[in-house]
Design a protein around this ligand. Sequence first.
Ligand code: LIP
Length: 257
Amino acid sequence: MKEYAVELAKKAGTVLLQGFKSLAFIKNESKDPKQLVTKFDLESEKIIIGGIKKKYPHHNILSEEAGLINKGASYTWIVDPLDGTGNFTKKNPFFSISIALRYKKELILGIVYAPVLDELYATEKGKGAFLNNNTISVSTTHEINKSSIVSCEGSDRNIIRSTKLFREIRPDVLDMRKLGSAAIESAWVACGRAEAYVVTKINPWDIAAGAILVEEAGGKVTDFKGRTWNLNKSDLILSNGKLHEELLVKINEGLKS
Ligand code: LIP
């Protein structure tokens, strides 16, 4: 199933790459300016969902544009055909495809593919995490003043809330950035380019593959109370594990302010 997911991600990536290179102007197909959907999200989704339906017709699929296709199965594919649509439309190469697979309540596979960066992150439960077939692991940094944090508000319309987190965390860390693709942001934690990713109100398709990548790379994923995370929880922190508790304190201080 992993090989097949990689194949679909690469196929969809080729289409996104062609669109990215050729595009002069990309139309937002959605009426809501904050809810970007381009024809490329839809084309990519068609390839991935079509592929899953063909090979695994009895599996459930949860996808950003198509919603939930519920077959009552134990397996659910969780797909973001274009994560970072805002970047894509602005010719920023930080966009990706995210494909995860859940068996019952457990994530068992995750693929994040960033076609312009030519980076393919892949993991399976219990088998470690890989970037372009090389093993990756979270960073060993445990000093907060040496840490780089990635962060975004997800689909939170209450921007003040995520700004509070930024205000509380930013003074104590080396750097804090918003990359514009949750899947890439989590993959960066998995490969040690950032110490943590802090996000509010994120959708399951944006984060599912990234979450299992971070766990398999030796990191930690929890909600803001430090409790076990699951796909129904949209506020979360993914970290290298070493700074997790310290960041949780800051997050909760920030939210109180
Ligand atoms: C996007 C995320 C991004 C987040 C946006 C949005 P999309 O996903 O990955 O980091 O800030 O709110 O959810 O919509 O491009 O798939």
